[in-house]
Design a binder for this molecule. Structure first.
Ligand SMILES: Nc1ncnc2c1ncn2[C@@H]1O[C@H](COP(=O)(O)OP(=O)(O)OP(=O)(O)O)[C@@H](O)[C@H]1O
Ligand SMILES: [Mg+2]
Length: 410
């Protein structure tokens, strides 16, 4: 339902709007506004003050429909509330790792936030083989802090249940249910894939054991209110420099399984890993960058685990903290969930509706098919073998083994 005072802003109206918000710009400031959104769902405006101050802000406004499709795909405006409230909580749990929120307007479904134009979308950097030495540390800490501190492990269960209500996000969850866990596993109309891999996709549709495991992961996604997860933590939701990392766009946030967020980030690194079979034809450059990506995967988990254990020591509720072996069991289950969700996230980006530019930008469809086959092979094995994982190097070894089998190195 769109409330009566909601309206879609244009660039001029956005300037008029921010002038009325105290504390942002001085009265006589000369402001220039441009809509810069490149995403699927929302409008994103940047306003820059002319002159020496160079001050700038971002205004993100939700539309009552999905931007890429139009009015035929209506979508809740409540996602703007979820996004701004999640950003505010994440800012408290891990200051500096998300953009600051300056203002939220429920009626207009918009959030005014810190401008990160000095940062780039991580996916773009990875496609051109950039390295980000601080990223693994930052994202490992982001994951440990946002996940553990929002869970039952570190707060009273009654307070946590109220937060589950605050972040109930059924329409956005439904999109994930369909696009990640349902549609890619049958001949759904929404699927879009490279015709050169149709044989493999048909095999997947007929792979009963795989589909059973996907169904278990789907049910866990629907029912396990474990922590306040970001819900869409791919490399397009991360803006960074060599020194700084910011996580943006938590409009899919809700109380779900922790492994879904960790798996999403690892899956997107692995999709990029596969894409370099097409992008980076120089063998040494390719192998070095792929090693860097797998090292990053391992470091993310290592930092995550370390920070998780430290927080556990400091914050875990007595009923969990006092139980011998509980933390190790918890982390093992998380590692296995992470493998499973990483696998789902890889496969859906090859078979389903929304693809990743890492693979899409390979223009030669036959060459792209080689990368996509590798991604599907890794994705399937991550799902099927997730319960055999004991440590993060089990995941990276699996990736290395599959690559040796799938891609003949000359
Ligand atoms: N705080 C920010 N500072 C600078 N640029 C930003 C900021 N937030 C978003 N952007 C830019 O706007 C683009 C779209 O933002 P975002 O991903 O939040 O929108 P969306 O409509 O929710 O997209 P999606 O389809 O990924 O859900 C980003 O890729 C980035 O280029
Ligand atoms: Mg978004």
């Amino acid at each position: 339902m769109v409330n009566s005072s909601y309206r879609v802003l244009n660039e001029l109206e956005t300037i008029q709007y921010v002038r009325k918000i105290p504390g942002l710009f001085s009265e006589n400031a000369q402001l220039v506004c441009k809509e810069i959104g490149d995403g699927n769902l929302n409008l994103v405006f940047r306003i820059i003050e002319q002159g020496s101050s160079g001050k700038s802000i971002i205004i993100k406004q939700a539309l009552p429909y999905a931007r890429v499709v139009g009015e035929s795909w209506p979508l809740t405006l409540d996602r703007a509330r979820i996004e701004s409230e999640a950003l505010m909580i994440q800012n408290i749990l891990c200051p500096g790792l998300v953009p600051k929120v300056y203002h939220y307007d429920r009626e207009l479904a918009l959030t005014i936030m810190e401008d990160l134009s000095t940062h780039i979308i991580m996916r773009k950097g990875l496609i051109t083989r950039k390295r980000y030495p601080q990223f693994a540390k930052h994202i490992g800490i982001f994951l440990a802090r946002t996940l553990l501190l929002s869970s039952d492990l570190a707060q009273d269960s009654q307070i946590k249940k109220l937060k589950v209500i605050q972040f109930i996000n059924p329409e956005m969850c439904k999109i994930t249910e369909n696009l990640v866990f349902t549609d890619p596993y049958y001949d759904a109309k929404t699927n879009q894939f490279n015709p050169f891999i149709k044989d493999l996709i048909k095999e997947i549709w007929g792979h009963d054991e795989l589909i059973l495991e996907i169904t278990k992961l789907k049910e866990k996604f629907l029912t396990q209110a474990q922590a306040l997860i970001h819900g869409d933590l791919h490399t397009g939701s991360i803006m960074l420099t060599e020194k700084d990392t910011k996580v943006i766009d938590p409009e899919f946030s809700f109380y779900g399984p922790m492994g879904f967020d960790i798996g999403a980030i690892l899956a997107n690194l692995l999709l990029n890993y596969c894409s370099h079979e097409g992008h980076t034809l120089d063998r040494d450059d390719r192998l070095q960058y792929q090693d860097y990506l797998l090292d990053t995967v391992e470091e993310i988990w290592t930092v995550f685990e370390e920070e998780f254990k430290t927080l556990w020591q400091e914050k875990a509720m007595e009923c969990y903290a006092s139980k011998q072996g509980y933390i190790d069991d918890y982390l093992l289950r998380l590692l296995q969930d992470t493998c499973g969700y990483a696998g789902c996230k890889m496969m859906r980006r090859v078979i389903g509706l929304a693809h990743v530019p890492d693979l899409e930008s390979i223009e030669d469809h036959k060459l792209r098919a080689k990368c996509e086959r590798l991604a599907l092979a890794i994705g399937q094995q991550l799902v099927l073998k997730r319960e055999t994982a004991r440590k993060i190097s089990d995941l990276t070894s699996l990736v290395r083994t599959i690559k040796r089998q799938e891609v003949e190195e000359d």
